[in-house]
Write a protein that binds this ligand. Structure first.
Ligand code: 5AD
Ligand code: SF4
Length: 474
């Protein structure tokens, strides 16, 4: 899930520890990338760097990049143009590219973008201080080694200054799925899960610091496993095993006032035990992001998604059966290789059946080295992709509006996150279904839970009034 509002955000560390050198760290892409940037900031802090939002005073600029679609890379290349000017003014400025673009393009980035000094892939962040040192000796530095076991489990990420209410916690890295359109297996390597105790400790620590919501992050959280092989064999008989449902329960038990969310689920792997744990704990939010990509079985087969339209719809039925009010969102791609008009219609009809509360929708963008690039022709004309995307977006806008209208008059528990973007007089926060709710501030504090009566809505936001402040449960 890519949050448009956060693209290019510069990370600045809470309380900004003093370091003699200044780091400007800008991030693009998915939540995992923003979470990785917090690990990077922690590593750089340890090595005497404090963060700055002012690129003018930076000694080093690091850009954490995304490769998911061509336009994600184009955006970063465009941004590099700005840093070129900065480097011309200050030749000592060190510029590094991190993340998926670094991993995909490796050394060739140094040739293509002459101003770049460091190229570091997603598993190479511990090496950053050495890479910076190498640059100090007048060389360019590259580390794009992918790892089978790096999870940065022992690194306590420094948090973004969002006000300290919601945090992302990475529970696994990499992806073994090989969806034919996707570059992630190449940029983030093999799937590996993080020790559950380090995850729970991090969540406990966040709660103590005043955080009230954690989002457990992984490319495919349903295949989280600890002390088990991918075939389900136990690795160490003397130790317990942990699957995703069990991990979520462990985190939910940290405190009833710590909300738990997660992303992303995979339709082929999402099991009922996860849904049952969600139904059991009030603090596990009633919201599932379940990317469908296409509503047509043949297209899903070409995408190598590992499920059919019917299988997907059965999983939706299971969600609605076990958690009747659960909000569901999805990702959809328009114009994948060979997609016919009928196949596109199947996506629209699936959307009508599921009635998603929210969706991220994209035009197919061919990525180098992926299975789709090697096997199929990117043969749907751009115009057709665009027209189909518009049809998908129009449908979703209507469904989102219907979904929000259905909330009118209801009283919902909202975690107060802080001032609303548009008005100082209003606070915003999310309900369990992940909808943003905006309401007049009154004397409410951020980090509190309040009951809000929903009085109005747009397709994107709910508006309401606080009817009660909830007493803490701890
Ligand atoms: N083209 C368009 N969309 C893509 N996604 C992933 N790869 C591509 C691509 N090559 C979308 C998928 C995925 C989301 C993170 O990005 O919908 O779920
Ligand atoms: Fe995240 Fe994928 Fe983009 Fe990498 S390519 S930043 S994993 S969305």
């Amino acid at each position: 899930m890519i949050d448009e509002g956060r693209q290019g955000e510069a990370l600045i560390v809470e309380g900004n520890p003093t370091g003699s050198k200044k780091l400007y760290l800008e991030s693009y892409g998915c939540q995992m990338n923003f979470s990785d940037s917090e690990v990077v900031a922690a590593i750089m802090n340890e090595n005497g760097y404090s963060t700055t939002r002012n690129v003018e005073e930076a000694d080093i600029v690091l850009i954490n990049t995304c490769s998911i679609r061509d336009n994600a890379e184009a955006r970063v290349r465009h941004r590099l143009g700005d840093f070129k000017k900065k480097k011309a003014e200050n030749p000592h400025l060190v510029v590094g590219i991190l993340g998926c673009m670094a991993e995909r393009l490796k050394k060739s980035l140094l040739e293509e973008e002459k101003l770049v000094d460091i190229v570091a892939g997603p598993d190479a962040y511990r090496d950053l201080p050495n890479l910076v040192e190498e640059v100090g000796t007048g060389q360019k530095a590259v580390n794009v080694l992918l790892s089978r076991d790096e999870t940065y489990a022992d690194i306590s990420p420094v948090r973004l200054d969002q006000g300290g209410i919601t945090a992302f916690v990475t529970i696994m890295r990499g992806c073994d799925n090989m969806c034919s359109f996707c570059v992630v297996p190449f940029t983030r390597g093999r799937e590996r899960s993080r020790d559950p105790h380090t995850i729970v400790n991090e969540c406990r620590d966040l709660f103590k610091k005043g955080y009230r919501e954690v989002t457990l992050l992984g490319q495919n959280v349903d295949s989280y496993r600890w002390n088990m092989t991918s075939k389900g064999e136990i690795k160490d008989e003397t130790q317990p095993t942990t699957n995703f449902a069990q991990l979520m329960e462990m985190v939910a038990l940290v405190s009833p006032d710590l909300r738990v969310r997660f992303s992303t689920s995979h339709p082929k792997d999402m099991t009922d035990d996860v849904l049952e744990i969600m139904a059991k704990y009030e603090n596990i939010c009633e919201y599932i992001h379940l990317p469908v990509q296409s509503g047509n079985t043949e297209v899903l087969y070409r995408m190598n998604r590992g499920y059919s339209r019917e299988w997907y719809l059965e999983r939706i039925d299971a969600i609605k059966r076990i958690i009747p009010d659960c909000a569901i969102s999805t990702d959809v791609i328009s114009g994948f290789c060979g997609e016919t008009e009928e196949e596109h219609q199947d996506t629209l009809s699936l959307m009508d059946k599921v009635k998603y509360d929210f969706a991220y929708m994209f035009k197919y963008s061919e990525r180098p080295k992926t299975l789709a690039e090697r096997r199929f022709k990117d043969d749907v004309p751009d115009e057709t992709k665009g027209r189909r995307l518009t049809e998908i977006i129009n449908k979703q806008t209507q469904h989102s509006l219907d979904s929000n209208r259905a909330q009118l008059g209801k009283i919902q528990k909202v975690l107060v996150e802080g001032p609303s973007r548009k008005s100082e007089e209003h606070f915003c926060g999310r309900n369990t279904r992940n909808s943003m709710v905006v309401f007049p501030k009154g004397d409410v504090q951020k980090g509190e839970y309040v009951l809000v009566k929903i009085t109005d809505c747009t397709s994107a936001t709910l508006l309401g009034e606080v009817v009660e402040r909830c007493q803490p449960n701890f």
